[in-house]
Design a protein around this ligand. Structure first.
Ligand code: Z5A
Length: 206
C-alpha cells in the first residue's frame, strides 16, 4: 500500500464535505487503510478554540483571522498530522490551506503573498497528496447549508463573498491539477461518490 497519504476535502458551504468524508472513511476502511480523520479549523484543543472564535459572531480582522488559522494549523501539524503520517496512518482532513487561499484570499480579499509565506513556513514542504474539491454553484451549496437551519459567521456572508471563494478554489484547482481534483458536487450523491472512489483507488493502487 506504500506510504501514508494526506487527503483533504475542500469546497464552499453545503457542497457536501461532511457527507462525503463519511464515504471516504468507509471506502478506506474497506480497503484496510488505517487513518485519522480531522478538520480545520479544529483537530486540537487550540484548533477547536480558534474554530469557536472564528465561527462565532464577534468581529475579527481578516489578518487576525488568517494568523489564527495558521496558528491552529501549526499546532495541528505538529501534534496530529505529522505524527499520524509518521506512524503510517493516513490523514483525512476536512479543509486545509486551500481554504485559507479561498476564504481569506478570495473571500476576504487578503494578499495571497502572506498566505504563501505562512504556508511555506508552517508546512515546510508538507502538502496534501490529494485534495478533493467539491464544487457546486454557490446557490446550490447555500440552499443545502441553510436547509440545516443553523448559521455561523461565514455562512452569514453575502453571495458575492461565496462567489469569490468559489473562484479562488477553481483557480487553485487549475494551478495544481495533479493534486486538486475538482468534483461536480451538484450531481446526485452516488455519482459524486463514484468519482471520489476512483481518485482514492488511484492513490491506493498507483
Ligand atoms: N475556514 C477558513 O475561512 N479558512 C481556513 O483556512 C479554514 C476554514 C480551514 C468552517 O468550515 C469555516 O471555516 C468555513 C471556512 C472557514 N466556512 N464556513 N461556514 P466547515 O467545513 O465546518 O463549514 P462548512 O463549509 O459550512 O461545512 P459544512 O457545514 O459541514 O458543510 P458541508 O460539509 O460541505 O455539507 P454537508 O453538511 O455534508 O451537506 C449539506 C447538506 O447537503 C446535507 O443535508 C447533505 O445531505 C446534502 N447533500 C450533500 N451532498 C449532496 C448531493 N450531492 N446531493 C444532494 N444533497 C446533498
Amino acid at each position: 500500500m506504500g506510504r501514508a497519504r494526506f487527503i483533504t476535502l475542500e469546497g464552499g458551504e453545503g457542497v457536501g464535505k461532511t457527507t462525503n468524508l463519511e464515504f471516504v472513511e468507509r471506502h478506506l476502511a474497506l480497503r484496510g487503510v488505517r487513518f485519522v480523520r480531522t478538520r480545520e479549523p479544529g483537530g486540537t484543543r487550540l484548533g477547536e478554540a480558534v474554530r469557536d472564535w472564528l465561527l462565532g459572531f464577534e468581529a475579527v480582522a481578516p489578518e487576525a483571522e488568517l494568523l489564527l488559522l495558521f496558528a491552529a494549523r501549526a499546532q495541528h501539524l505538529d501534534t496530529v498530522i505529522r505524527p499520524a503520517l509518521r506512524s503510517g496512518q493516513w490523514v483525512i482532513c476536512d479543509r486545509f490551506t486551500d481554504a485559507s487561499y479561498a476564504y481569506q484570499g478570495g473571500g476576504r480579499g487578503l494578499d495571497p503573498q502572506p498566505i504563501a509565506f505562512l504556508e511555506r513556513w508552517i508546512q515546510d514542504g508538507l502538502e496534501p497528496d490529494l485534495t478533493l474539491l467539491l464544487d457546486a454553484p454557490v446557490e446550490v451549496g447555500l440552499e443545502r447549508a441553510r436547509g440545516r437551519g443553523r448559521t455561523d459567521r461565514f455562512e452569514a456572508e453575502a453571495l458575492p463573498f461565496f462567489a469569490r471563494v468559489r473562484d479562488a478554489y477553481l483557480e487553485r484547482a487549475a494551478r495544481f491539477p495533479n493534486r486538486i481534483k475538482r468534483i461536480d458536487a451538484a450531481r446526485p450523491l452516488p455519482e459524486v461518490r463514484a468519482e471520489i472512489a476512483r481518485y482514492l483507488d488511484a492513490l491506493l493502487d498507483p
